[in-house]
Design a protein around this ligand. Structure first.
Ligand code: ADP
Ligand code: MG
Length: 403
């Protein structure tokens, strides 16, 4: 796969219009301020390098899930502002994706200058399932540039116009972020140092079943927390009260528990749970045995005994992959389990282990708890993309760059 770095070394980018697909899908607070600019920061190296090489850099990205039409609350304008601050150079913001504003912003760029187009998902062609509709939008995007650089790792598992189709229309390369992400994931899949521990949590088991099946082939230990734990507990015949439960996945989970036994993979489930009467920080809550959750209570975090046991299984690991918080960490009474896992990963990293964290909410949790990115081996900007990669799936946005 050609990289943006290769293009720069080859020379000749000065004055060329380079369309960069970045992942600038940052979380916004209710008042529209960016609560975590990690993805903007992660996009800087490619944009800077191209700009320094004299390219006219046209950045495109999406924010949230607008329905194919402009919607003020999903505007990338605040992101353009943040990008400008972090770059320390002006960013021309286009008020549309491929319309008059975009075309004139691109026309007015000087060598080395950066423009950002408005939210790609304001155009229905971006995410259309119809190849022709996507292709038509990709044609318009491609007409804005001479070269395409794919750097939005968080979207490479999507067959979308700005990720997939545009790469078929322009000379292309991958950016520095995509390169870094793939290198980290390769270290997990190609002979990881052992013991290799995987921690999975988050809200839905169904999202993560595929990856559980695949990771069992390589991992030595599988630690399960978060909302998905209750489907595991139910599969073992326990009452889970009002906790998150995907009843239709119980049989699949039973199958995985059997398979783990056969493969000699250690599955670590919580033995105690922080349960509450409602999904609220103010609700009455207490620590209960994992196999005795009261019928009208719900589990919202792993308990303190489990947090200790999880940490013990992580600190001596040589490789750790973590996806998904251990509890509803956004509410302080249910944050301790996630914090304990984060601390154990930071400690394992300090002891020389390779730690990789995937998932937007997991990364947000780390930053909320005050950890520095440098305390971990690699924090992925793409939860879904990294899971699909680890599942062994072909990612359309990467496959298309091979051609
Ligand atoms: P990531 O973005 O890191 O991949 P997910 O999106 O899968 O993680 O899940 C994150 C969400 O899971 C968080 O918003 C958190 O509140 C929620 N969650 C974790 N544990 C529970 C639980 N026990 N009950 C309900 N929600 C939970
Ligand atoms: Mg999430």
């Amino acid at each position: 796969m050609r990289t943006a770095h290769d293009l720069i070394l080859a020379g000749g980018l000065r004055g060329k219009r380079v369309l960069v697909r970045s992942d600038l899908n940052v979380p916004l607070d209710a008042d529209g301020t960016i609560s975590d600019d990690g993805r903007v920061r992660a996009s800087l190296p490619t944009i800077k390098a191209l700009s320094e090489a004299g390219a006219r850099v046209v950045v495109c990205a999406h924010l949230g899930r607008p329905k194919g039409a402009p919607e003020a609350r999903y505007s990338l304008a605040p992101v353009a502002h943040r990008l400008q601050e972090l770059l320390g150079a002006p960013v021309a913001f286009a008020a549309d994706t491929v319309g008059e504003s975009a075309r004139s912003a691109v026309r007015r760029l000087w060598d080395g200058q950066v423009a950002l187009l408005e939210n790609l998902r304001f155009n229905p062609g971006e995410t259309s399932k119809d190849d022709a509709a996507r292709g038509a939008f990709a044609d318009e995007l491609a007409s804005l540039a001479d070269v395409f650089v794919s750097d939005g790792f968080g979207v490479v598992h999507r067959k979308q116009a700005s990720v997939y189709d545009v790469a078929q229309r322009l000379p292309h390369a991958c950016g520095a972020l995509v390169q870094t992400e793939i290198a980290a994931l390769k270290r997990l899949t190609e002979s990881p140092e052992r013991p290799y521990a995987v921690v999975l949590g988050g809200a839905k088991v169904s999202d993560k079943l595929g990856v559980i099946a695949n990771l069992m082939q390589t991992a030595d230990r599988l630690l399960i927390g978060g909302g998905m734990v209750f489907t595991f507990l139910a599969a073992q015949g326990h009452e889970v009260g009002k906790s998150l439960l995907e009843a239709e996945q119980i049989d699949a989970v039973k199958g995985y528990l059997d398979q783990a036994r056969e493969l000699g993979v250690e599955i670590i489930l919580p033995t105690d749970i922080v349960a509450a009467t409602a999904f609220s920080a103010q609700a009455e809550h207490s620590v209960v045995d994992a196999n005795r959750i009261p019928a009208d209570w719900m589990g919202l975090d792993i308990g303190p005994e489990s947090a200790k046991a999880f940490a013990a299984k992580l600190i001596d690991a040589r490789t750790v992959f973590w996806n998904g918080p251990m509890g509803a960490f956004e509410m302080p009474p249910y944050a301790s389990g996630t914090k304990a896992v984060a601390e154990a990963l930071a400690e394992a990293t300090a002891l020389g282990a390779l730690t990789v964290i995937g998932g937007g909410d997991s990364a947000a949790a780390l930053r909320r708890f005050g950890f520095e990115d440098s305390q971990f081996g690699h924090i992925s900007t793409g939860g879904g993309a990294s899971l699909e990669y680890l599942e062994g799936k072909q990612l359309p946005g990467l496959t298309v760059l091979e051609g």
